[in-house]
Design a protein around this ligand. Structure first.
Ligand SMILES: [Zn+2]
Length: 248
């Protein structure tokens, strides 16, 4: 028996900064979008701390915000994502607050994704060389608890009902950057698109070419899943779906 590949009809990618999605899950999103999935890309902060150029001070922030929005839209265009939502929070100061959880709950109820894709709210250390950005953890926690229990609980943020936003049950949460992944998405067919989308974030890359690192990551995650190139996830299955979408 062959297992049908799970491809959602609607997926929502929720991340802290412009470019987070491209570094992590863009191969998966491009694969899904290419199979007819409507992907909604949510960026919570403005990314306006993303420059260490000594020529700039805080007066540069609105300009940088605009640059980074444009880069994210370009990246999403390459990935086949038509819907991009910016929540406009200050970069570097993100906290998992109830008002922000409500904002994400509103988006989930509006777009009604089967899948939410986000980071791991438990991840503090990656190896010995990278402390996970606190915005990443906060974004992941916000996304997780907006997906469950907030989106599906009628009397949680009950005033959303007055906006016509009925409860919605998310079927699955795909968590990247987990220490214990259990699901591998084949990105051999989309790694080039992932690289192109990442390169759209020119303000962040400077002269650095991310290709070697991205291929190494994809190879490493692919090894675990028996694939050439993969993106790895811990997948929470909150609801079994009847219709499992298209297959490959
Ligand atoms: Zn980031």
């Amino acid at each position: 028996m062959t297992v049908k590949e799970y491809i959602p009809k609607v997926a929502m990618s929720i991340h802290a900064h412009p470019d987070d999605q491209e570094f992590t899950v863009a191969g998966t999103l491009a694969r899904w979008a290419g199979s007819g999935c409507e992907v909604v890309s949510v960026v919570i902060t403005r990314g306006d701390a993303g420059s260490n150029d000594p020529a700039h001070d805080q007066t540069y922030k609105p300009t940088l915000t605009a640059i980074r929005e444009q880069e994210q839209r370009a990246a999403n265009g390459l990935l086949g994502i038509r819907e991009t939502v910016f929540l406009g929070q200050p970069d570097g100061e993100l906290e998992p607050t109830i008002p922000l959880r409500k904002d994400l709950t509103r988006l989930i109820r509006r777009y009604r994704p089967q899948v939410v894709v986000t980071g791991d709210p438990q991840a503090v250390f990656y190896g010995n060389g990278y402390i996970n950005h606190p915005d990443h953890r906060a974004a992941a926690q916000l996304a997780l608890y907006a997906a469950f229990p907030s989106a599906g609980s009628r009397l949680l943020f009950a005033d959303l009902l007055e906006e016509g936003l009925e409860p919605h049950n998310v079927e699955r949460v795909y968590i990247h950057g987990s220490e214990k992944p259990d699901t591998w998405v084949d990105i051999a067919g989309t790694i080039e698109i992932k690289l192109a989308a990442l390169r759209a974030h020119a303000s962040q890359l400077g002269d650095w070419d991310p290709e070697k690192m991205i291929r190494e990551w994809a190879t490493e995650e692919g090894k675990q899943g028996g694939l050439q190139y993969a993106e790895a996830y811990k997948v929470m299955v909150l609801e079994e779906s009847e219709d499992r979408g298209t297959t490959d």
